[in-house]
Design a protein around this ligand. Structure first.
Ligand SMILES: Nc1nc2c(ncn2[C@@H]2O[C@H](COP(=O)(O)OP(=O)(O)OP(=O)(O)O)[C@@H](O)[C@H]2O)c(=O)[nH]1
Ligand SMILES: [Mg+2]
Length: 321
């Protein structure tokens, strides 16, 4: 058992080991999580959460590292959360990222953490917001969330962030991929990285065209900017930060930030509730209640919908006998 109030107090002081322990409690779905989240609830809400997504190899980690440098220059405390929805182990895919992030390893104002979410009931939707809350309560000003591994959770990770950055690179057939993966709907800021390569202008033009296709924007609407970068050399990063800050200001001005955070919290609560219900139904498996209902369905006494209603109704009342 962990000393939760002690860990929370140390995390507030910015002690990385305490932050790491708290995130491990999230990752391990610890029974102490309830206590942790109750302690963190009044402390969170100050951080700006930025999600980065895009095809493998597009330059997410390199860009994340360059953004860390940019925010550090501005005196912000920064956290990087690398989420791997394809793996049940943290580590693995992130070894290369450790190298790319190594310039920040000795900076006490930067906290870098990887987290695996596969195998969790509720997966990313369940664990990412809780890890983000730990980092937020620990006093991070900016939290950069990068997805690693296969990109099937792009849309999901975008929904965890205040602002979503979508990265593309020339010559990766990204135009078509973009349309397929639905990333044209999720980007608040688009980055065409590897602008040192041929075709960056064409990619930016194509993207601009594709974003314009669905255009029916009103005067106060947000038009996602497209920024060209060479993340490997830190070029264009100030422009990315500027675009992020503009988006944040726009969200605050139009009350979008609160709406997004409320939607995020709603999903989180729903995931926790559904997970709890599923666990309670699973508990019933060795139980007479489900067996009896199943028997009555087989015998034609009950239809499965009525049986499910009875099962759900039964979950809220204590087991008799
Ligand atoms: N030429 C060029 N190469 C770059 C640039 N940015 C990153 N790279 C290189 O592209 C490769 C992939 O970069 P990463 O930052 O690991 O890309 P990623 O999107 O994090 O990759 P995954 O996490 O594996 O999906 C590395 O070899 C980088 O050095 C750039 O602006 N120009
Ligand atoms: Mg990466």
């Amino acid at each position: 058992m962990q000393d939760v109030p002690g860990l929370v107090a140390q995390a507030r002081e910015g002690r990385p080991r305490a932050v790491a322990r708290l995130i491990s409690l999230v990752e391990g779905a610890s029974p102490q999580l309830r206590e942790v989240m109750a302690a963190l609830a009044p402390l969170a809400g100050g951080a700006y959460v930025i999600g980065l997504t895009g095809s493998p190899g597009v330059g997410k980690s390199t860009s994340t590292s360059a953004l860390v440098s940019a925010y550090r220059r501005a005196g912000k405390r920064v956290a990087v959360l690398a989420v791997d929805p394809s793996s049940p182990f943290s580590g693995g895919a992130l070894l290369g990222d450790r190298v790319r992030m190594s310039e920040h390893a000795s900076d006490p104002g930067v906290y870098i953490r990887s987290m695996a979410t596969r195998g969790h009931l509720g997966g990313l939707a369940w664990s990412a917001p809780q890890a983000i809350r730990v980092l937020d309560a620990a006093g991070c000003d900016v939290i950069l969330v990068e997805t690693v591994g296969v990109g099937q959770s792009e849309v999901e990770i975008a929904s965890q962030a205040d602002t979503c950055v979508v990265l593309l690179a020339p010559g990766m057939g990204d135009g078509i991929q973009a349309a397929k993966a639905g990333i044209l709907e999720i980007g608040d800021v688009y980055v065409v990285n590897k602008a040192d390569r041929d075709g960056a202008d064409a990619t930016a033009r194509e993207l601009n065209h594709m974003l314009g296709l669905g255009e029916a924007r009103g005067a106060g609407d947000w038009r996602p900017p497209i920024v060209k970068t060479v993340a490997a050399r830190g070029q264009g990063m100030d422009e990315v930060v500027e675009a992020l800050e503009k988006h944040r200001a726009w969200m605050e001005e139009h009350d979008v930030l609160t709406t997004r955070r409320a939607a995020r919290a709603a999903r989180e609560v729903e995931t926790i509730a559904v997970t709890a219900l599923r666990e309670r139904i699973a508990d019933l498996h060795g139980d007479r209640r489900l067996e009896t209902l199943a028997g009555r369905v087989v015998a034609g006494e009950l239809d499965p919908y009525t049986a499910a209603d009875e099962l759900i109704a039964g979950l809220t009342e204590p087991e008799a006998g």
